[in-house]
Write a protein that binds this ligand. Sequence first.
Ligand code: IFM
Length: 477
Amino acid sequence: MSNPTHPPAVGVLDQGPEPTFPPGFLWGAATAAYQIEGAAAEGGRAPSIWDTFSHTEGRVVGGHTGDVACDHYHRMPDDVRLMAELGLKSYRFSVSWPRVQPGGSGVANQEGLDFYRRLVDELLANGIEPWLTLYHWDLPQPLEDLGGWPVRDTAARFADYASLVADAVGDRVKYWTTLNEPWCSAFLGYGSGAHAPGRSNGADAVRAGHHLMLGHGLAVQALRAALPQAQLGVTVNLYPVTPASDAPADVDAARRIDGLANRFFLDPMLRGSYPEDLVADLAEVTDFGHVRDGDLEIISTPLDLVGINYYSRHVVAAPVPGEEPEKYWRAPSCWPGSEDVRFVTRGVPVTDMDWEIDAPGLVETLRRVHEEYTDLPLYVTENGSAFVDTVQDGQVDDVDRLAYFDAHLRASHEAIAAGVPLRGYFAWSLMDNFEWAWGYTKRFGMVWIDYDTQVRIPKSSARWYAEVIRRNGLAAQ
Ligand code: IFM
């Protein structure tokens, strides 16, 4: 394997002796249903909001859809064999709600559930611990037609769906996470509209965020009753938010964005309350009249673990009067009530998503959750990077991605050394896949997918990660 010849990514930590991880550290890789399965109209599956969105002109780059994706639905046994070859200890996948309950309520689709029964059996037969996420953004379209996540009833529907999946595979799946990245579902789905269902209304985004968390709490209660042995949690995407300067206005901008990005979800789920400053910041957007007595008790139902997805840091500054805030995926409308905050780029190396590479931010994030919120075991349930890959002589030498993983695993180790009960790490992603509004133009995988032939090629990062897992510690690059 070649050494990267370029300068190390920003934030690569002390390169000293290769760190080893605690015994039993859960090494995994993650994917999500709509991003890899394909078979969108097979086996009784009905459309989700992402089918509708991706089939709407102008929503996804290149008009790409998840209709075929990585064809994982048909190639699942081979994909599990590949995971076993890489030595994965765990595989984090999501269940497609519209595959197992096409109407979003009512009867289950046994053919859909059978797919996940087979997947779980295949994983266990290969010694791989299944890690099941119930909701990775694919709301059944019939529920969106009734109002989607801004409507309270969707939370109850989610808990029913959770019970139905528990009945099907609860005897064999130990690790369960309810939601993946509720910030994205709420604020990209209903705030900026960059994600399905593509609506743009600040109050709806806030309501959606609340009902997602209510659904999470109700689902945890249902799962706890049905599966007393299970390990239950939720996955949030967190960012350190840093002011661009010490100026009080910049510090206040950071407080506001931290409120919307992080504390909006951490406080209700882990403390049972919304932060007062966030409620005040949102006063012109919503009066929080959608929050009913008892909701926060449900939302803060005790968990067994917390999953953290980490990619980058936000550096923010106060608005400059008369200047448009920067626009791209962090479109101002993602940040109701704080649309005028500026997101500052520092000129440090970025990934192909233009996300700044900042491994120390992972240490900060893990320490913050542990020191300010909870003693629960933490897991990095996603971490990874998109880069432009090329196939040469049948190989993909993805040195930048490998360096990104290396830096963030060093950061994970540093967090453990600082006392964080970090119990596992899931690389995002096992394979290249449908990157939402970016379609197939961004590659996050450790395994290359040729979308014409569906040939899979493990990249250099995959082989390196396999060695990391084998050693339970970092391997030379
Ligand atoms: O691909 C996504 C994933 O679905 C959720 N977390 C971030 C990844 C990269 O954007």
